[in-house]
Structure formats: C-alpha cells, structure tokens
Design a protein around this ligand. Structure first.
Ligand SMILES: [Zn+2]
Length: 231
C-alpha cells in the first residue's frame, strides 16, 4: 500500500516536472521570442544594450564602420533623451535600434500598465528625437514575465534575447571577453554586448579584436532583423 502511494507520488511529480519544463519551450515558439536562429549561413548578430552613451557609442560605431558591419542597439529611453546626438548617429550610420524600456527597471517589478508606460516612453523618445519607431524589444536582464510575453502577442514587438553573453558588463580583461566569444560562437548566434557600462568598459577594445577574428573565420555580422529575416 505504502509503496503504491510512493509510486503514485513519483508519477505525479514526474508528470508535473515534464509539464512545467515544457511550457516555456512551447511559449517561446509561439510568441516570437528569439535567442538565436537556425541558419545554413555563418550569419550572426552583434547587439549593444543600455546606451546611447556620449563617448562609448561613438567609439563602437567607428569600429563597426571600419569593418563595414551593421549591428543592433537596444536603447534605454532616458539615455536617448540625455544623448540624442549619439542616438541619431547610430541611425544615421545605418544600424538598427530596439526598445530596451525607458528606465531599465527590472521587469519583475512591473505590472502590464507600468510595462506599457516604459515601452511607450522609450518609443516616444525615439520618435520625437530620431523619427524612428522600433519593432524589436529586449527586456532588461532578459527577464521574460507574463506581461513581457503579451508584448509579442499583439504583433507590435518581436522579443529578442541572446544566445551568447560576452559578459563585457563585468569583465575587465579584454582577452577574456574575446576568448568567451571565439570559443562559443555558432552560426545564428545573437551576441550580447553593451555600449553603456557604469564602470570602465573594455567593449570597444574587445570589439576591434573580435571583428577582425570573426570576419577572418567567415562569420557575417548582420542586424537582428536581417538575421531573423524580418526586413
Ligand atoms: Zn540592459
């Protein structure tokens, strides 16, 4: 009898864990949340979060131009308002811009109304200052809450996370940032970098080395929309 109870309990737990773990996978497929794509080519997408920054963004743009590469910048609305010239420069040089909210609050603390407000204020800043309307959204820290999922259901936004984190936001050793990318890069990857870091940034230095090595290995960095085939 006792054994029967344990067996039932085990079956229930197994079923529960299978159901529980299958839900996010199903949701990602249906709700257009992208971390990477499957591709026969060697295309990848470089993304830069949290800017624009009055100095770093420009330095990164210079390097991207040098290698004739286009990237995607997930901008924070308050930084667009503070540094509109830097935001305009990104667009004028032919790069893509996504919405990364207005204030960069963590998503777990926001209800649907507050999230819509955060998205709307960032959209307004980009429209008013740069005449640009974003169609990609990356939630701060990649946190996908129930309300974040809703953003992709209506078709307004495509949600973009990443498959390769360079950890440039914490790593102060340029060689290690480069090594992390070169050891892990796969065709179809979406690479996470930052053009606004509160402390000293090694991102431009690492990007310069990375681009020369990635191009040498035959990789083709493109914007996220191009990688996803939606532009
Ligand atoms: Zn961020």
């Amino acid at each position: 009898m006792r054994r029967h109870i344990y067996r039932s309990l085990f079956s229930f737990l197994l079923l529960f864990s299978l159901l529980y773990t299958s839900i996010p996978i199903k949701a990602y497929a249906e709700e257009k949340i992208y971390r990477s794509v499957v591709t026969q080519t060697k295309q990848i997408a470089l993304t830069f979060d949290d800017g624009p920054h009055p100095r770093l963004t420009h330095e990164i743009l210079e390097i991207l131009d040098k290698y004739n590469v286009k990237a995607t910048f997930f901008m924070v609305g308050v930084n667009v308002v503070n540094y509109p010239q830097a935001a305009k420069e990104v667009l004028e040089r032919g790069h893509e811009v996504g919405n990364h909210t207005y204030s960069h609050y963590h998503m777990r603390g926001l209800n649907e109304e507050a999230l819509n407000d955060e998205l709307g204020k960032c959209e307004d800043a980009l429209e008013e200052l740069c005449e640009y309307r974003p169609h990609l959204f990356r939630p701060p820290e990649g946190a996908v809450t129930e309300y974040v999922r809703h953003c992709s259901e209506g078709g307004d936004y495509t949600l973009v996370l990443w498959s390769l984190d360079t950890r440039d936001w914490e790593e102060k050793n340029t060689a290690r940032i480069v090594q992390t990318v070169l050891e892990n890069i796969q065709p179809g990857d979406i690479v996470l970098m930052h053009d606004y870091i509160g402390t000293e940034s090694k991102t431009p230095e690492a990007l310069e080395i990375l681009l020369s090595k990635l191009l040498e290995k035959g990789y083709e960095p493109v914007t996220v929309s191009r990688l996803l085939g939606i532009c």
